[in-house]
Design a protein around this ligand. Structure first.
Ligand code: SF4
Length: 162
């Protein structure tokens, strides 16, 4: 798959009728710390579109609040390939299965509602599109949900790119 430029991804968003969106960007208090990340920039970009809100982590049954998780050993693509894990930062507990399940739920929602573009929260281990936390530092690359959506041909954009 050829990498799209930011301009191409923004053009895809402008043309999209249905958009998958990280629920925390819409004001849902579903983050690990029990807060939201409501964004007026995101709301403006979604004007006139059908919106499919998803939170892969709460969808997978992880509670609110929940312990912070980071990827260990690689970005979302490596997790999907079985070469990296999602673990609780404080304890090292493995959350990979739940994170993968949440990613699959998001992809199912995108396909069911015909979303061709996803606007996702940057730097999350699930939703990060340009950067995600791996082994204690933010590295370029996607989180698990963003990686799965991208591999299915959905254009993924970060809230920070709008
Ligand atoms: S970044 Fe993604 S997984 Fe995290 S709270 Fe927002 S929607 Fe849920």
């Amino acid at each position: 798959m050829t990498a799209q430029t930011r301009e191409e991804r923004l053009a895809a968003l402008r043309e999209a009728r249905v958009v998958l969106v990280s629920a925390c960007l819409l004001g849902e208090a579903c983050r690990y710390d029990g807060k939201s990340k409501g964004s007026s920039r995101v709301m403006q970009a979604l004007e006139g579109k059908e919106v499919v809100p998803v939170c892969p982590e709460t969808g997978a049954g992880l509670g609110i609040p929940r312990p912070a998780v980071e990827l260990r050993g690689g970005t979302g693509e490596a997790v999907l390939a079985g070469r990296a894990q999602a673990v609780v930062v404080s304890t090292g507990e493995d959350r990979t299965a739940a994170f993968r399940y949440g990613a699959e739920l998001a992809l199912t929602a995108a396909q069911r509602f015909g979303a061709t573009v996803a606007v996702l929260k940057e730097r999350s281990p699930s939703c990060g599109t340009q950067g995600t936390q791996v082994d204690g530092v933010v590295v370029p690359g996607r989180g698990i949900t963003a990686a799965l959506l991208h591999s299915a041909g959905i254009t993924v954009l970060s809230d920070e790119e709008l």
